[in-house]
Design a protein around this ligand. Structure first.
Ligand SMILES: [Zn+2]
Length: 568
């Protein structure tokens, strides 16, 4: 393809609303243009990348035995009403009426539609399992679309749905999809972690997120440095630390005056005690219960974990009045010693000896506090995981990352099939609900996430497999010799099946190099007058500073070798 014939409208500046690197670079590189809030046009380069991601997804889904279908974007309300999601989806569902006054919506996902399709066609266990997928446009009326293609209202998604006779079958389908997803994200050239979306405490392996690692990602995750356990920090388990041996003699419990010192920082400075030796004490309200929660002074309570430990759906930090009522002291002096409420402590507190905590009395703290001796809490994992925490599955430790959710797979069980009466007859002729799983990939989001992971100050650095072109031939100078050499290389590479963009524009070299870095094609071949005089052509990777200088005859073979190696 000749650059001069292609619509690649690069610009120097992106609009001020574009903040994330992928948003800025997709706009500046002429890949996309905004049509409205959270809806975008894909220009030729953008469409090429989107199509390549979709092709990889399609190949791997087919390889895993899934069959492609296509469902409508405009969906009748009645199916959504069967499951109650017509109302439950809230404002995210864009609803409208047709000319006859019948209710419709734009599809944000397709569980109802696919379940309806399958219940009409599948009768017998002999027709199962089946896995059906589509690559199709979704619409979710998000209140705050942002980040360009990272969070749009309209987006391209691959959604697959598996149908099995029982839980074991569903688990097999899930495992196949997990493997397919690993291949997809690997082939797209992405560094990712498979993350437990829940705690893993209750068969949580049946739900997993594929997180594309990027400093700009919305999600905070931790991953073990020696096994493959990874989880959202909100739910990541923290292993019980080895309890160090207690010192030979423990200090006696002693009340000390701390007038006006309330925060961990104030008390630790005033008493000259490290925050790790402080027992931070917070009062929570959970339904009718008032609960005292103790964590190490340098840790924070994770309310999701606390609620789970208490068997409640949510917990609230007590009001100042509740704190006074529970402790008999003003806020800032709470402690677990002598506390009348239930007391829970994070397991890291087990390793604190001779600690410091509030004395439930204005202007006073205790020193020499020892859990077990001075108070008897119920132990639980109550804090968010962080860098360096011990892994619950092995002897490794967590590293902290930020990620962008690129895919999510989970077992649905019979949630939809029971509500919508999607059943089959088993070998004994007994009617049973079909067991389902669903598997999503944000195809357009992957385009943006790839850039968040692969860019520098000058532009995009596409992984080769999803780059709009594999090779960019840049002609520098307008001489007949440059044109002849460029044509020769362009035609040789194109003829061998490589995807080549030839920058044949009559532009200054500086402009061409800037555009080349911005649009980010992985391999650049520079054909210039000066080089040709010495019989030299430059071959440079976008992610490397130095160019290889090779002869005209070597250039094509070198490029072919580089591309083939990265195609995988
Ligand atoms: Zn581990």
């Amino acid at each position: 393809m000749r650059y001069s014939k292609m619509l690649i409208p690069t610009v120097k500046e992106a609009p001020a609303e574009a903040i994330s690197p992928s948003h800025v670079l997709l706009l500046r590189g002429g890949y996309i243009r905004k049509l409205g809030a959270g809806i975008y046009n894909y220009l030729p380069l953008g469409h090429r990348v989107l199509s390549k991601v979709a092709r990889i997804v399609r190949e791997e889904m087919n390889r895993a035995g899934a069959q492609e279908v296509l469902m409508p974007a405009v969906l009748p309300a009645e199916l959504w009403q069967e499951t109650g999601r017509w109302d439950a989806f809230g404002d995210v569902l864009l609803r409208f009426k047709d000319r006859k006054g019948t209710d419709f919506c734009l599809g944000p996902t397709h569980e109802e539609i696919i379940t309806d399709m399958v219940r009409r066609e599948v009768r017998s266990y002999r027709q199962l399992p089946v896995n059906l997928y589509q690559i199709q446009t979704k619409f979710r009326d998000e209140a705050r679309p942002r980040g360009g293609l990272l969070r749009t209202r309209e987006f391209l998604m691959k959604d697959a749905y598996s149908f099995d006779v029982d839980d074991e079958g569903a688990a097999r389908s899930f495992a196949q999809m997990r493997e397919a997803y690993e291949r997809i994200f690997t082939r797209c050239g992405l560094t990712f972690r498979i993350v437990s979306a829940d705690s893993g405490a209750m068969g949580g392996s049946m739900s997993a997120e594929f997180q594309i690692l990027a400093e700009t990602g919305e999600d905070a995750i931790v991953a073990c440095d020696s096994c493959d356990y990874a989880a959202n920090v909100e739910v990541a388990q923290v292993a019980l630390p080895q309890r160090p041996a207690a010192p030979a003699t423990l200090a006696p419990l002693k009340k000390v005056p701390t007038p006006g010192k309330r925060t961990i920082e104030e008390v630790s400075t005033f008493l000259g005690v490290a925050p790790q030796k402080m027992l931070k004490t917070l009062i929570y309200v959970a339904g009718q219960r008032v609960v005292t929660v103790v964590v190490r002074g340098d840790h924070e309570v994770n309310e999701v974990k606390l609620a789970r430990a208490l068997g409640m759906s949510e917990v609230f930090l007590a009001t100042d009045a509740d704190v006074v009522r529970a402790t008999g002291a003003p806020v800032g002096f709470a402690g677990p010693v002598g506390m009348k409420t239930e007391v829970y402590a994070d397991q890291a507190v087990q390793a604190v000896f001779d600690g410091v905590t509030g004395a439930n009395e204005a202007g006073a703290h205790y020193t020499g506090v020892n859990p077990g001796r001075d108070f008897a809490p119920r132990w639980a994992d109550l804090r968010s995981a962080g860098e360096g925490d011990p892994c619950p599955r092995c002897s490794g430790h967590y590293k902290a990352y930020r990620g962008i959710e690129g895919g999510h797979i989970f077992i649905l069980g019979t949630h939809y099939s029971a509500k919508m009466k999607a059943t089959y007859l088993d070998a004994a002729g007994v009617e049973k609900p079909i067991v389902m799983g669903c598997y999503g990939i944000g195809v357009s989001r992957i385009v943006a996430a790839a850039i968040e992971q692969h860019h520098d100050a000058d532009g995009i650095r596409w992984p080769l497999a999803i780059a709009p072109f594999e090779v960019l031939v840049t002609s520098v100078g307008a001489s007949a010799e440059v044109r002849a050499a460029s044509t020769e290389i362009y035609e040789a590479l194109s003829g061998d099946g490589f995807e080549v963009l030839w920058d044949d524009r009559e532009e200054r070299p500086g402009v061409k190099f800037k555009d080349a870095d911005l649009i980010g094609i992985p391999i650049r071949v520079t054909v210039g007058e000066r080089g040709l005089k010495e019989g030299v052509i430059e071959v440079k990777r976008r992610d490397q500073k130095e160019a290889a200088r090779v002869t005209r005859s070597e250039a094509v073979a070198l490029v072919a070798q580089m591309v083939r190696r990265e195609r995988g």
